[in-house]
Design a protein around this ligand. Structure first.
Ligand SMILES: Nc1ncnc2c1ncn2[C@@H]1O[C@H](COP(=O)(O)OP(=O)(O)OP(=O)(O)O)[C@@H](O)[C@H]1O
Length: 256
């Protein structure tokens, strides 16, 4: 079932008067099914951040439309947009974006506090989630007192606490060492198996190999995709790495 639909997205940045605009997205089309874990890859400057900003309602496309669970994002009124973002989307960033003077617990609860959720309800939700993510014992610590991997788990908890329709992750392993990266990706894999829809931008073939499908962006278009299907991790990672090599050599991809 199509859950997110991206139709003919185009984005042109038009800077100062007289200077030529940059076409960051030319014509992006793809859809995501409910429960899918999709990775987006592409070289620097290919348009990944621009796409993620539009999908997360932080920016508007020049042309085209994004539908989430049937709702066209362009029709969400300005005054409802922060609420939509807070309640329907979960964000995980490369640099965690935790507030240093809030405890881990308060950071995780922030979206619920903003949504005026009752204290009882907040308490009921946080404990099992934090336990599940392996940070149950860290709730009273501050971000600067825990490791990068633990900070990112707290950020994932904050993204999941509102039970969002989709988790949007931008290079979530970018600031982590290889052990913490692997453990975060295993966490993503397990929340995906529990039915969470995830869209993750990454430069890493290893990170992308945890997804169920990889979309490759080049020159503002999706030019290739690979489904995991029934293939082994090794085979899937190999195909992703090959596709990246072909992309960086500006060649055409062919299936064999
Ligand atoms: N605010 C902006 N104003 C003008 N041009 C922009 C702006 N943001 C991005 N661009 C341009 O749009 C294109 C796509 O940029 P974008 O940041 O989306 O790429 P990216 O794939 O996320 O790159 P990276 O992997 O380096 O983060 C680039 O040519 C970039 O210079």
């Amino acid at each position: 079932m199509t859950f997110m639909e991206v139709n003919n997205l185009k984005k042109v940045y038009t800077p100062r008067l007289g200077s030529k605009g940059t076409e960051a997205l030319s014509s992006v089309n793809f859809s995501v099914d409910k429960g899918e874990f999709v990775a987006i890859m592409g070289e620097s400057g290919s348009g990944k951040t621009t796409l993620l900003n539009i999908l997360s309602t932080l920016d508007n496309p020049t042309e085209g439309e994004v539908y989430l669970d049937g709702t066209p994002l362009s029709e969400i009124k300005d005054k409802s947009i922060s609420r939509f973002r807070r309640e329907q989307l979960g964000f995980v960033f490369q640099d965690f974006n935790l507030l240093d003077n809030f405890t881990i617990k308060d950071n995780i609860l922030l979206p619920l506090v903003l949504a005026r959720t009752s204290v009882d309800n907040m308490e009921k939700r946080i404990q099992p989630l934090a336990e599940n993510l392996g940070i149950g014992a860290l709730l009273d610590q501050y971000p600067y007192e825990v490791s990068g991997g633990q900070k990112q788990r707290a950020a994932v908890a904050r993204a999941l606490i509102t039970e969002p329709k989709i988790v949007l992750a931008d290079e979530p392993t970018g600031a982590l060492d290889s052990k913490s990266s692997q453990s975060l990706l295993e966490l993503f894999e397990s929340i995906h198996q529990e039915g969470q829809t995830i869209l993750m931008v990454t430069h890493s073939a290893q990170a992308a190999s945890y997804s169920s499908r990889v979309l490759f962006i080049r020159d503002g278009r999706v030019y290739h995709e690979i489904y995991r299907g029934g293939q082994s991790n090794e085979k899937y990672t190999e195909k992703i790495t090959q596709a990246l090599l072909v992309s960086s050599s500006r060649g055409e991809y062919n299936e064999d």
